[in-house]
Design a protein around this ligand. Structure first.
Ligand code: NCD
Length: 315
């Protein structure tokens, strides 16, 4: 494995974990550990990115990802502006290209982009020069979410390699699942997927990942269960059984979780459809790390911004 001392992420775009090495993932997790101390301290301010400007361009709804990228930039001392598509010139018909060019003209150093089109982040990296960080492009990728999932697992389990993770739900439409699969397999986790046949990818190109139509097979002896949101907005009619049927067959509840290890860790990227993919009791139960995922999201995004914008050392 490459040594992290030989890894450089300065000026690197973050499009997907597909093109990350295990050493790069390790580096982000190590820096995030230091950043978490800042997030948990009374004075959340570093000067690593003082004088740098970051624009968050969010063309799809977001609470966690947008707020945490915004706070991450601010905690590092950067100036951060968030643009919401619904209050921008995009509603007047301005194209993504022109929007990006406009932002570039203002002298920003990085653009964090969320957009409903797969490939939009990569496209942005081709048309403008600031660093591009993908905050979710359609059903394609969500690298910072996958990194915060890994960070959270490691914080609770003290390791990643060899752990069994079950990812349950709407795999087909989930950018989180795709990025998780790349990240988790690269760090040596055993990945099992489960969901209704209609929500599993038809042509599955990942080696070393097991796909189950039966959720029980996937969560048996699992160390981690990552519950995905049913992406109602990305579905064509007919792919989805009734909510009650879904909850009955695939919903993660206390009864079903008895199949997993006693110390199983529950993740969910949020927002949750409670009572559909996850029960209230599991969300607020002893195994849940859903709240910690949100806190860790700020630390991981600080790490990504500091590394890619060449922000230097953190004590
Ligand atoms: C995810 C997203 O937007 O992809 N949410 C998030 O970023 N925390 C997952 C989802 O919307 O289901």
């Amino acid at each position: 494995m490459e040594k992290t001392s030989e890894v450089h992420m300065c000026e690197r775009n973050i499009i997907d974990l597909e093109d990350f090495t295990a050493a790069e993932i390790r580096m982000v997790l190590d820096v995030a550990k230091k950043m978490k101390k800042i997030v948990c301290s009374d004075v959340k301010k570093l000067s690593n990115l003082r004088g740098r400007a970051i624009v968050n361009l969010f063309c799809e709804p977001s609470t966690r990802t947008r707020t945490s990228f915004e706070l991450a930039g601010k905690y590092l001392g950067a100036d951060v502006v968030s643009i919401n598509a619904s209050t921008s010139s995009i509603v007047k018909g301005e194209s993504l290209r022109d929007t990006l060019k406009t932002i570039e003209a203002m002298g920003v150093d990085a653009v964090v982009i969320r957009h409903k089109a797969e490939g939009s982040a990569e496209y942005a990296s081709k048309v403008i020069t600031p660093i591009i960080i993908n905050a979710g492009d359609g059903a394609h990728a969500h690298p910072s979410q996958a990194l915060l999932d890994l960070f959270t697992i490691e914080q609770f389990k003290n390791r990643l390699e060899g752990l069994k993770v079950a990812i349950v739900g709407d795999i087909l439409h989930s950018r989180v699942a795709r990025s998780d699969i790349y990240g988790m397999t690269k760090v040596g986790m055993e990945v099992h997927l489960a969901g209704p046949k209609t929500l599993l990818p038809r042509f599955f190109q990942f080696d070393g990942v097991q796909v189950h139509e039966n959720v029980e097979d996937a969560i048996k002896n699992a160390d981690v269960v990552n519950v995905l949101r049913i992406q109602l907005e990305r579905q064509q009619a007919g792919l989805f059984p009734s909510p009650r049927e879904y909850a009955r067959v695939f919903g993660i509840n206390d009864e079903r979780l008895k199949l997993a290890k006693d110390d199983v860790l529950i993740l969910h990227p949020g927002p949750q459809n409670k009572g559909l993919e996850i029960s209230n009791a599991v969300t607020y139960g002893k195994s849940s790390a859903i709240h910690e995922q949100v806190q860790n999201g700020v630390a991981v995004r600080m790490a990504l911004l500091n590394l890619t914008l060449c922000g230097g050392e953190v004590d």
